[in-house]
Design a binder for this molecule. Structure first.
Ligand code: BYC
Length: 483
């Protein structure tokens, strides 16, 4: 392990906490220090809008067991966004593709520069995008506990942006620095310069959307980071490995957030002996299902096309692997393998297209492979929420819609289908989509429940309290001091 690449302890005397020996590279340090004020300006103008004195936050001061989760009340603009890479494994070798078995790379190979930069820019673009999407949620937080979790997610997405910007500055020269600036200039939902991927230009205007986003869209992040963690470009791999640790908290926020919403809906349904809880201060199950349908389907789009030569090239080159690559029992090259992917097939005779599958080479089907891993993980959430319904004696169940439902990317982008996977004739979608996706009426109802509860120990009526607080603190802890 060369000392210049890794130090266990973060140096807090520097402006930018890091374990990458930033002080040994003055040029890089200066570049990052000149990006930092732009980042802070972005945070002030596009970050959380609710004024606070301080928030009980987790800060990473190191990557080791004790260092990555230091809790304390912090004024958010003074949060110490740092650069942390997981420890280096000196003997690590490329796990897949045509370079399989060779030592991993500490530098960017010239022939893969453009592709690597693109992957890092796309990943980096999502991080500030989510902060922008969530910026107004503080004003309607259901409790101080939830408010604190929102801010924890936000500061960590900010840190994940730092993680990608470090790679751009350290390894991609002038172009990398320009891309790092662009990451602060594109904005979620902007007409002139939107964020790169579709889901990151959607609104997150309420907490039902927030929990669905952290469940479904952050989970795409988990899977994409998992594949980049396999990368032969070792600094990217180590960065993603550490980001994944933080990502687990975001998953927890989404999973338990929906648990608590479903729990509360069940309680109100039982209390009033009715399915119709609209007007009783809880979310009706059909509304929860519509929000689930929306967030799940836009998150499926984030995996790209069902077939993609981009992803085949990334894999062959060793840039982006598969989820849990080393657990796969094959040759890790896939040149002779095939996979069934979703596709539209032409029905012989009438020229109609129908929802089906087709066999393609395993390499071009890798987006499908990853999407399937993601889908089976998402089933876990639905199972959990249905258990809450079952235990509450409620007969209805939630479910994931069919992969063809509401898709804008991939084989089914050109058709419309029901959540059960039935292809709709032209015109039917417009008429029926309100049964499956949130309507203006649903959104207005959801927003009507978004009244802030900012008193210690109190919680909004549409959500159950959490089972556990943060870092062993009780639910009624003073997680946030408002300004
Ligand atoms: N919207 O060959 P294809 C996270 C473009 S989330 C708009 O199938 P590929 C987080 C595509 O760019 C994880 N455009 O694509 C979560 C391509 O354009 P070009 C983010 C899209 O490359 C919550 C064209 O369509 N990280 O971390 O195989 C909070 C053809 O597509 C979309 C990553 O995604 C879309 N949805 O796969 C905070 C990892 N999808 O080249 C954070 C890095 C595709 O023809 N990115 N296009 O102009 C990648 O691995 C891949 O680029 C993608 C796309 C999986 C995104």
């Amino acid at each position: 392990m060369p000392a210049s690449n890794y130090r266990a302890a973060a140096d807090y005397t520097e402006k930018i906490p890091n374990n990458v020996s930033l002080h040994e590279d003055r040029r890089l340090q200066r570049a990052l220090e000149s990006w930092q004020p732009n980042f802070l300006t972005w945070w002030q103008t596009m970050g959380p809008t609710l004024p606070t004195q301080d928030v009980y936050l987790r800060t990473a001061v190191n990557v080791g067991r004790d260092g990555w989760a230091q809790f304390g009340h912090v004024a958010m603009p003074e949060y110490r966004w740092g650069i942390f890479l997981a420890e280096r494994d000196a003997g690590r070798r490329v796990g897949f593709g045509e370079h399989k078995g060779e030592p991993v790379w500490d530098k960017v190979p010239g022939e893969y520069r453009a592709e690597l930069q693109r992957l890092i820019v796309i990943q980096g673009d999502t991080e500030p995008a989510s902060v922008e999407q969530q910026r107004n949620l503080g004003a309607t937080a259901p409790s101080l506990y939830d408010l604190r979790n929102l801010f924890q997610v936000n500061v960590e997405e900010g840190r994940h942006l730092w993680a990608m910007v470090y790679l751009l500055h350290a390894y991609f020269g002038r172009e990398g620095r320009e891309e790092a600036e662009e990451l602060l200039h594109r904005n979620s939902g902007s007409l002139d310069s939107p964020r790169i991927l579709g889901a990151f230009n959607e609104e997150t205007p309420d907490w039902l959307s927030f929990f669905m986003f952290t469940y479904f869209t952050d989970r795409d992040g988990k899977y994409q980071l998992g594949t980049l963690k396999e990368s032969a470009f070792d600094p990217l791999s180590r960065t993603c490995e550490f980001m994944l640790k933080e990502e687990a908290h975001h998953m927890m926020v989404g999973t338990t957030g929906i648990d608590r919403i479903v729990q509360r809906t069940v309680e109100v349904m039982r209390e009033h002996d009715t399915d119709d809880v609209a007007g009783l201060g809880a979310f009706p199950l059909p509304v929860i299902q519509k929000y689930l349908n929306f967030h799940y389907s836009v998150s499926l789009d984030l995996f790209g096309g069902d077939t993609s030569t981009n992803v085949a090239n990334y894999y062959t080159a060793g840039l982006k692997g598969r989820w849990l690559e080393d657990r796969r029992k094959d040759d890790h090259k896939l040149t002779d393998d095939s996979i069934m992917v979703d596709a539209l097939s032409e029905d012989a005779g009438n020229g109609e297209q129908s929802i089906g599958q087709t066999e393609v080479s395993a390499l071009v089907g890798l987006n499908t492979d990853l999407r399937r891993e993601y889908i089976s993980d998402c089933q876990g959430g639905v199972k959990r929420w249905n258990r809450i319904l079952e235990e509450g004696g409620v007969a209805q169940r939630l479910k994931l819609p069919h992969v063809a439902f509401n898709r804008k990317v991939g084989a089914f982008a050109g058709i419309e289908a029901t959540p059960d996977g039935e292809k709709l004739p032209a015109g039917e979608w417009q008429r029926r989509q309100g049964q499956w996706l949130p309507t203006d009426v649903d959104k207005t109802y959801v927003r009507s429940l978004m009244q802030p509860v900012h008193q210690r120990g109190k919680i909004a009526a549409w959500i159950a309290p959490p089972r556990n607080g943060i870092n062993g603190q009780p639910f009624d802890y003073d997680y946030v001091h408002l300004a």
